[in-house]
Design a protein around this ligand. Structure first.
Ligand SMILES: *[C@@H]1O[C@H](CO)[C@@H](O)[C@H](O)[C@H]1NC(C)=O
Length: 351
C-alpha cells in the first residue's frame, strides 16, 4: 500500500521541461489572434437563432462581508530568491525590503464580493466593454469548442477568445456564476481590480507586500505553506519519502494535475477555480496565495512598459512541468486591460 502510494507519487514528479518557455497558463489582450467578431456572431446565430442571453446575478438580500483583512507588521523582509527557476521572469536575487505595516485580504475577492460592488456602483468591467475574454479549452463543450476553433489564440491554442465572456459569464455567454458565488471573481482586468479595491477604501498590494504575505513571515520559503524542500544531504533519503508523502497526501493548493492541456485529473477537487476559503491557510492566515487564480499587484513589470502589470501566485492551470509559478517569488505579467479565466486579485491597505 505504502509502496504503491510512493510509486504513484514518484510518477507524478515529472522532469521540469521548458522552464524558460513562456507560461502557457497566461494570456494577454496584447496577444495576436485571428479574431473576427462578425464570424463569431454568424457562428453563434447559425445555430442558436440569436446571440447570448444576459444572465442577471440574483440580488442577494443583505450583503455579508466575506473578506477579512490580516495585519502584517512593518519591518524588513526578504523577497525574491537566489534559487532562480525561471530566469526570464527575474525572480531574484533575494533582497531585503522594508515595509510599513499593511493589511491584506485573507481571501481572493469572490464573485459575491464583486457583485456587491457592481450593483452599488454600476461598474462595468473592461471585459464587458471589450465584449470578450479568454476561456480555457476544457470549459467549453466539444461542439462549441469545435465551432469556435478559429477563436483560439495562435501561440496558446488552449485559450479561446469568446464573446460574451465576462465575470458573470465566466465560461462563455451561456454560463453564469450562481453556483460559484464563493469562487474568486475572474475576467477582471488590473483596472477593474483597482477600482474595486478603491471602492472598498483599499488598494492592490504592491508586489513586495504580496510576496511577504505569501511567505507567511518566513525567509526563504518557496511556497506559502512551507520551507525549502530538501534541508540536508545526509537526511535526503528520509526527507524525500516524507516529502513525497506530504506532497501526495495533502493537497496544498489548486494547481494542475494531469497532462496539460487536455486532461486534468482533478486530484485537488477542481478543474477550474475553487471557493476562496478552501485549502490550508499560511502562517498569516491567508488562503490560496498560490494556485487557484493569479493575483494582480499594483506594480508595473518594468519602467519601459508601465502598462504591463505584475501578477503573482500562479493559477489552477500551473503545473511543475511547464509553468512552475505557484511559488512566492515567481511572477508574471499582463497588460492592465487584460482579463482571463484564471486571473483575479485580493486587496491590501496601509495600516
Ligand atoms: C455547449 O456550449 C454552448 C455555448 O455555451 C451552448 O450553447 C450549448 O448548449 C452547449 N451544448 C451542450 C450539449 O451542452
Amino acid at each position: 500500500m505504502l509502496a504503491s502510494i510512493i510509486l504513484i507519487c514518484i510518477l507524478q514528479f515529472k522532469i521540469i521541461e521548458n522552464k524558460e518557455s513562456n507560461c502557457g497558463c497566461s494570456i494577454d489582450r496584447a496577444q495576436k489572434d485571428n479574431y473576427d467578431r462578425k464570424l463569431f456572431y454568424n457562428l453563434l446565430q447559425s445555430e442558436e437563432g440569436e446571440c447570448s442571453t444576459v444572465t442577471k446575478v440574483e440580488d442577494s438580500e443583505i450583503y455579508e462581508v466575506t473578506n477579512d483583512m490580516v495585519l502584517i507588521s512593518g519591518r524588513e523582509y526578504y523577497i525574491g530568491t537566489d534559487d532562480i527557476i525561471i530566469k526570464n521572469d527575474i525572480e531574484g536575487p533575494e533582497k531585503i525590503v522594508k515595509l510599513d505595516s499593511f493589511y491584506v485580504d485573507k481571501y481572493e475577492v469572490s464573485n459575491r464580493d464583486f457583485s456587491h460592488f457592481t450593483k452599488l456602483t454600476n461598474y462595468k468591467t473592461e471585459a464587458e466593454t471589450f465584449g470578450d475574454s479568454f476561456v480555457f479549452a476544457l470549459f467549453l463543450n466539444n461542439t462549441f469548442r469545435d465551432k469556435m476553433k478559429d477563436f483560439r489564440v495562435l501561440q496558446a491554442p488552449w485559450w479561446y477568445k469568446i464573446m460574451g465572456t465576462d465575470w458573470t459569464h465566466p465560461y462563455g455567454p451561456d454560463s453564469d456564476i450562481l453556483d460559484v458565488m464563493d469562487h474568486p471573481v475572474i475576467h477582471v482586468s488590473w483596472n477593474d481590480a483597482r477600482a474595486y479595491c478603491k471602492w472598498r477604501g483599499a488598494r492592490l498590494p504592491t508586489e513586495a507586500e504580496w510576496e511577504v504575505a505569501c511567505r507567511g513571515g518566513q525567509r526563504a520559503t518557496k511556497y506559502p505553506w512551507g520551507d525549502k524542500l530538501f534541508p540536508e544531504k545526509k537526511h535526503m533519503f528520509v526527507y524525500s519519502i516524507y516529502i513525497i508523502l506530504i506532497y501526495c497526501v495533502f493537497i496544498w493548493a489548486n494547481i494542475w494535475q494531469g497532462t496539460f492541456p487536455h486532461h486534468n485529473s482533478e486530484k485537488d477537487g477542481y478543474i477550474g477555480t475553487n471557493p476562496v476559503h478552501l485549502f490550508p491557510q499560511n502562517n498569516f492566515g491567508l488562503h490560496n496565495m498560490a494556485g487557484n487564480v493569479w493575483e494582480w499587484t499594483e506594480d508595473s513589470w518594468s519602467s519601459d512598459n508601465p502598462k504591463e502589470k505584475v501578477k503573482k501566485g500562479g493559477s489552477y492551470l500551473c503545473h511543475r512541468s511547464y509553468c512552475y509559478r505557484y511559488r512566492c517569488s515567481a511572477r508574471s505579467h499582463n497588460t492592465d486591460d487584460s482579463s482571463a479565466g484564471n486571473l483575479g486579485f485580493r486587496c491590501a491597505k496601509s495600516a
